[in-house]
Design a protein around this ligand. Structure first.
Ligand SMILES: [Zn+2]
Length: 216
C-alpha cells in the first residue's frame, strides 16, 4: 500500500508500507545525487551496477537498511532520468506526473507510513529547496553558529560526514537535523547543550515556514 500526500505546494510525500518498495523506488535517483561512491554519484548506473557497487566481497548489502527516508528535487530528477527504468521507478514517476507540475521546481520525499520523525526531517530539506525565505533564514542561522562556535559547528559537520553524507549536502543535513531532530538524533551528530540556542532558532524557523506554506 502507498499513501500519497502533498504536505506543502510542489512537495510530494510518498509513504510505503515496507522498506523494500520504498528503497527500490528511490535508491538509484537518491545515490545519483549524493553517493559517496565515485562510480555511482552523477553516473546513470544500471540497477545491476548499483547492486554491485553496494555489495561487499561476501555479497552482503547493508545499504537498504541504512536509510529511513529519501528525497530528491526536480534538478536531480531531470539530470538522472535513465532510459532504462525499473517497475518501481516507473510507478513513482507516474505518481509524480499526476501530482506535481513537473516543469516547475518540486521536491519528492519517500518514507515509511507513520514515520513522522523522518517526514519532518525530509520536510526541512524540502523547505530549504523550495522556500527562499526559509532558506535565507536557515543560512543566516548557520552563519552565526559557524562564526560564534566554530568548534561545535565543525564537529557536527564531521559527525554527519562520518554517517555517510556527501560534502555537498552537509549544511542542508545540519539544518534539517537541528530543525527537526529528536535529542537522540541530535546526539548522533555530536550535539552538546551549548548549541541549544541555535537548535531553538532553527525549530522556530521550521514551524513558522511550515505554517505559512500550509496555508497557501
Ligand atoms: Zn537528510
Amino acid at each position: 500500500m502507498i499513501q500519497i500526500i502533498k504536505p506543502i505546494p510542489q512537495c510530494l510525500l510518498v509513504q510505503f508500507e515496507n522498506k523494500s518498495d520504498l528503497s527500490l523506488c528511490f535508491c538509484r535517483v537518491q545515490e545519483f545525487h549524493e553517493s559517496k561512491l565515485a562510480n555511482i554519484k552523477g553516473v546513470p548506473a544500471s540497477f545491476a551496477d548499483f547492486i554491485y557497487a553496494h555489495m561487499d566481497s561476501k555479497g552482503a548489502i547493508t545499504y537498504f537498511q541504512e536509510w529511513e527516508g529519501y528525497n530528491f528535487n526536480d534538478k536531480v530528477w531531470r539530470k538522472w532520468l535513465p532510459w532504462e527504468r525499473t517497475k518501481h521507478e516507473k510507478d513513482l514517476i507516474a505518481i509524480m506526473e499526476d501530482e506535481l507540475d513537473i516543469r516547475a521546481p518540486f521536491y519528492v520525499i519517500g518514507t515509511l507510513i507513520g514515520d513522522n520523525d523522518t517526514v519532518n526531517h525530509e520536510l526541512a530539506h524540502a523547505l530549504w529547496y523550495l522556500d527562499s525565505n526559509y532558506h535565507k533564514m536557515a543560512r543566516a542561522i548557520l552563519k552565526t553558529f559557524k562564526e560564534n562556535d566554530c568548534f561545535d559547528y565543525g564537529r557536527m559537520l564531521k559527525a554527519l560526514s562520518n554517517m555517510g553524507y556527501h560534502d555537498d549536502v552537509l549544511e542542508d543535513e545540519l539544518q534539517a537535523y537541528m530543525s527537526t531532530g529528536t535529542i537522540a538524533e541530535l546526539r548522533e551528530i555530536d550535539f552538546h547543550e551549548v548549541v541549544k540556542p541555535y537548535v531553538n532558532r532553527f525549530r522556530s524557523n521550521f514551524k513558522g515556514a511550515l505554517n505559512e506554506q500550509q496555508t497557501v
